[in-house]
Design a binder for this molecule. Structure first.
Ligand code: FNR
Length: 383
């Protein structure tokens, strides 16, 4: 096999190994995918200032996110259906993150349950919560996350209504996937993936099935979830959830200064500048372009994190230079998982840390916490 040198290599391998409907589910953006593309492209506009003849011994990428020590300020983003990229995907990714010393965030919409992750890891992980209409269900999920000793709750606010991805519609993708003849044929083109799935005990949407008040089996799950995202979600709900949770709270899906100020008022510990990886509002700006005004407005009062389009350690440095205290990766670790399971997630993290460390060094820094705007050039005025 060709050596894996960057995240793109993992993406290509994942595309080869994961059935089309699940690869597309992970990779796609909504509608025209313009925001999805901008997330990646806008990083490339940010140029570094190279420094020389600086002592570069004893470098460190260690930092903190919401007060927790991290080997580098990069967390695995919550991603639904991760177990469809590779059998037991959530457990494998959580293990890789634990060994590496970075946070893993389990999605509400994961295949493995909160308890499965707790049983297979020893480091505390983070839990991501969607606000569903069924508040009893939300309360139960919060209690389960507490019982599993989750050390932060990531509350996603940008999914009151569901974005539309054309590729999912064309592929007949749903949660849970329906076993149509077309889908079965699609799965059979990837025998290695099928073999892995057959080898692994069935775990299916363990956060929801049997726990939500009206979901007792998989057939009712799809109908239940699609009508459960709450269009009436408000900042009062954030306050209600914060009270019930009582621990570190990170609010995800913030793109505007006004909403960032509401996060500060809510008493959250951090916010994530995020457009859901270009999967919700197509036509929104890239996350990296939305970051600086938010940092300027609230950065001294709340930790500002970001995600969307990070494809290298260089992008991590760019985000930190623009004031992010931490960065999340979604698709990069999913590609790693689809390509090579746990080993692929580890490889993804190694690649990012190595690029982060070297870029920091080329910019004349030894400590990731010292990265600031002075290491990048000001944006060029248009000609
Ligand atoms: C997501 N994302 C997401 N976010 C969330 O809060 N809960 C979720 O269940 C999901 N599910 C999900 C599935 C898949 C397949 C993807 C790719 C993304 C959004 C995710 O947390 C993060 O915001 C983006 O993935 C960041 O962009 P990149 O790193 O994928 O470019």
């Amino acid at each position: 096999m060709r050596p894996i040198t960057n995240i793109e290599d993992l993406r290509v391998l994942a595309e080869r190994r994961v059935p089309r409907m699940f690869y597309d589910y992970a990779d796609a953006g909504s509608w025209t995918e313009s925001t999805y593309r901008a997330n990646e492209e806008d990083f490339q506009q940010i140029k570094f200032r190279q420094r020389v003849a600086v002592d570069l011994n004893n470098r460190t990428t260690r930092s903190t996110m919401v007060g927790q020590d991290v080997a580098m300020p990069v967390a695995l983003a919550p991603t639904g259906l991760t177990g469809m990229q590779h059998a037991d995907g959530e457990i494998l990714a959580a293990r890789a993150a634990e060994k590496f010393g970075v946070p893993f965030t389990l999605s509400t919409m994961s295949i493995c349950a909160i308890e499965d992750i707790a049983a297979h890891t020893s480091a505390p992980f983070w839990f991501q919560l969607y606000v569903m209409k069924d508040r009893v269900f939300i309360e139960k999920l919060i209690e389960r996350a507490k019982a599993a000793r989750c050390s932060a709750l990531v509350l996603t606010l940008d999914l009151q209504v569901l974005g539309q991805r054309h590729k999912d519609i064309v592929n007949g993708m749903s949660a849970p996937p329906k076993l149509t003849v077309k889908n079965m044929l699609n799965l059979m083109t990837k025998p290695r993936w099928c073999w892995n799935m057959l080898q692994t005990p069935r775990r299916q949407f363990g956060n929801i099935v049997g726990h939500a008040t009206s979901v007792s089996d998989l057939s009712s799950l799809s109908a239940w979830t699609s009508q459960q995202f709450d269009p009436s979600l408000s900042w009062d709900d954030v306050e209600w959830i914060k009270k019930r949770w009582g621990g570190k709270l990170i609010i995800k899906g913030i793109m505007e200064v006004e909403d960032a100020r509401r996060c500060v008022d809510s008493g959250a510990d951090a916010l994530i500048v995020s457009n859901h990886g270009g999967r919700q509002l197509d036509g929104a700006p890239s996350s990296i372009s939305a970051l600086p005004p938010i940092v300027d407005a609230v950065g001294s009062r709340i930790e500002v994190h970001m995600d969307g389009g990070v494809r290298s350690g260089q992008d991590v440095v760019r985000a930190l230079a623009l004031g992010a205290k931490g960065v999340y990766i979604g698709r990069p670790f999913l590609y790693g998982l689809g390509a090579m399971g746990e080993q692929g997630v580890t490889r993804c993290l190694e690649i990012i840390r190595n690029e982060l460390d070297l870029t920091m060094a080329f910019c004349g820094l030894r400590d990731v916490r010292a990265i600031d705007r002075s290491i990048i050039l000001p944006p060029r005025a248009p000609d």
